[in-house]
Design a protein around this ligand. Sequence first.
Ligand code: FE2
Length: 247
Amino acid sequence: MSPITEEETVASLRARLARTERQAAARQRQLERYAADLREVFKQERAHAQELRRSYRATVRALSNAVEARDAYTGKHAERVAAYGMELARATGVEVADSPQIEFGFLLHDVGKVGVPDAILFKSSALTEAEYALVRRHPVIGSEILRDVDFLGEGKLVVRHHHERWDGQGYPDGLHGEAIPLAARVFAVADALDALTTDRPYRPASTFAVAREVIRAGSGTQFDPAVVAAYEEIPDERLALLRGALG
Ligand SMILES: [Fe+2]
């Protein structure tokens, strides 16, 4: 057997190197294919999640519109409250700001009114005590209706607690101060803002400036002072813009 020459050793090493390089290149191509597949899966997942969110939102809006359709004069109240509420949540600088669940809660806050007869809800004379007690049940009826709708999450707390007051004099649970879920405290200011700046059969709409005075006066009694302070950061022009966008 002839001894292995230096050339043969070099050739063998070169061949091994070439083989290793080919294998590395194949692995590289395989990894790139995996990465491309993953990117595609992520893209599809994201599109799917967006589609799901759109469907949720459309469903919530449909339900909210169905509730509002009964009440001619509040037209788009829920949409405006939701817009003011989300703006306020952002100004309050809280984690609720970008939560679709909270927005859904804003939109559906009065869904429990479906359980209150028209004869009571639209009665033009004063309500009896029993009738008023029934009207005051709408947050509980609402949260019962939505109890098993998991995707509403914290939004359901808005529905139950949207008539609580900072001083504990609200309903249905008479919660006090920070015991009231933050989103419901934000909602209370947004709701008052829209109620004040919308025409009612018994009074014309206030200007945003007048509404601001009224809400300021309710800070610490009806409203969370921190939420009122955040509201003070939002100029009336911005609120008018939000309202205008909803037509
Ligand atoms: Fe309500």
